[in-house]
Design a protein around this ligand. Structure first.
Ligand code: BJ8
Length: 424
């Protein structure tokens, strides 16, 4: 990636810190991803994407910008990609899966803030995220208390932060708030890009995003097979790349992997032997390069067959209806689709309970591991009723709280191994 030094310097990155980050990332990828056995050949595409995640993809975005397109960065799956695309902007997820510049971060945020929020600050303060630096607009959202208060401080660090309000209750008033906010976002995108978002543009962008979701649905559905044709680590990677890649190219690449997995299933080939204990992961999103827990699980004799997470099925579930004939009707359809997202910030949140049990059944999981980031009140609070509800259905459940450090690696491995042994 050395050819990109000038590009990174022009974006204002701290080259020394960025080199250090890339070298840690490269080593982790080597040890965790490339060390896996029996990977589908199609994962070569994602290996390439990851090797160029701060290189070629950033160059593509800068080329798009030079041609008049805008880039919008987002921290949450509530930011509707359809509206960004319809306004001639590309939506990208912003890195928040690794600790960085922790000392600097803790001058601005309390120590007991979740790793995800701290990471988003660390990437800004450490000047190591080219996605953040090339974004023309960064969207924060009022979801959990941690995020909404952190954005007040982030606003002093980034000049182009746009904060979207979000409902906390699935009521008519909640939907009205989401609708008002999506119309306000639509106007903000139009203002940013100078493009009027009409029905035609929305219909096209809905098709692009739906196709991306359909490809990922197809991939997830193939994981019902035993033996599992793809590892949970590789499926997680596809879900993570969902937020960065060019949408059409991503769709095509995932569909190609699905073709390959179908052949594997016919031949009864898998990444692990048949009857390997199957795990559903549920809880906080795992952003790149947060691969710790999946790696522990899949090196402890189990395979992950589904992710009830925003970097997973919670984020990609449900398509947007495309039958509306006006921009207003299509925007209403977008509101309907996103209002179904069952993030733990909602109260009460019965849909999520039902979805976890449903997913455990669909993917024939032998057990569920609930993943909560330390200090994440919404998911840690919800973990207890989730565990109770699953155990009442005789689905063994393990609750794990962790962060991005490697300090608890040994302890987590011991607990996961004991859980896998129980599933056997
Ligand atoms: S829709 S899950 S992406 S908000 S881990 S920052 S909740 S304290 S990430 Fe999320 Fe949108 Fe919801 Fe999904 Fe707060 Fe918890 Fe930290 Fe979290």
């Amino acid at each position: 990636m050395s050819d990109y030094k000038k590009m990174w310097a022009d974006l204002g990155l701290n080259l020394q810190a960025h080199d250090a980050l890339l070298s840690v990332l490269g080593k982790a990828y080597q040890d965790i991803y490339l060390a896996q056995k029996n990977r589908p050949a199609g994962m070569g595409y994602f290996d390439f994407v990851m090797s160029e995640v701060h290189g070629l993809r950033i160059k593509e975005l800068l080329d798009e910008k030079a041609a008049g397109r805008k880039v919008i960065g987002s921290y949450c799956v509530f930011v509707p990609e359809e509206i960004a695309l319809a306004g001639n902007a590309t939506l990208v997820g912003l890195c928040s899966g690794a600790d960085f510049a922790t000392e600097e971060v803790e001058k601005l945020l309390p120590r007991n803030t979740c790793s995800l929020i701290k990471s988003s600050f660390g990437f800004k303060l450490g000047k190591v995220c080219p996605y953040l630096e090339c974004s023309d607009m960064i969207v924060g959202e009022n979801t959990c208390d941690g995020k909404k208060k952190a954005y007040e401080t982030l606003k002093t660090l980034v000049p182009n932060l746009y904060v979207m309000d979000l409902p906390q209750v699935k009521s008519a008033e909640g939907r009205a708030l989401l609708k008002a906010e999506y119309f306000r976002f639509k106007a903000a995108v139009e203002n940013l890009t100078g493009v009027r978002i009409d029905a035609d543009k929305l219909r096209k962008s809905i098709a692009i995003v739906n196709n991306k979701r359909k490809a990922i649905h197809r991939l997830m559905s193939l994981r019902k097979a035993d033996p599992a044709p793809i590892s949970g680590l590789d499926a997680l990677l596809a879900n993570q790349v969902f937020f960065y890649d060019n949408p059409a190219r991503f769709t095509e690449s995932v569909n190609k992997i699905c073709d390959e997995l179908e052949t594997r299933i016919e031949r009864k080939e898998g990444v692990f032997p048949k009857k390997t204990p199957r795990i559903l992961i549920s809880g906080c999103p795992m952003a790149v390069p947060n691969w710790k827990l999946p790696w522990i699980i899949e090196t402890s004799g189990a395979v992950i067959v589904g992710e009830e997470s925003c970097v997973g099925e919670r984020g990609t579930r449900n398509l947007t209806a495309d039958s509306g004939s006006t921009a207003n009707e299509l925007t209403e359809a977008i509101v309907d689709r996103y209002f179904k997202i069952d993030c733990a910030i909602f109260t009460p949140n019965p849909d999520r309970m039902n979805h976890i049990a449903e997913m455990a059944e669909t993917y024939k999981a032998d057990g569920v591991i609930h993943y909560g980031l330390q200090f994440c009140q919404p998911y840690l609070m919800e973990a207890i009723p989730v565990e109770k509800a699953l155990e009442s259905k005789n689905i063994p459940t393990l609750r794990i709280d962790s962060d991005y450090s490697m300090e608890d690696l040994g302890q987590l491995k011991t607990r996961v191994e004991a859980f896998v042994e129980l599933l056997r």
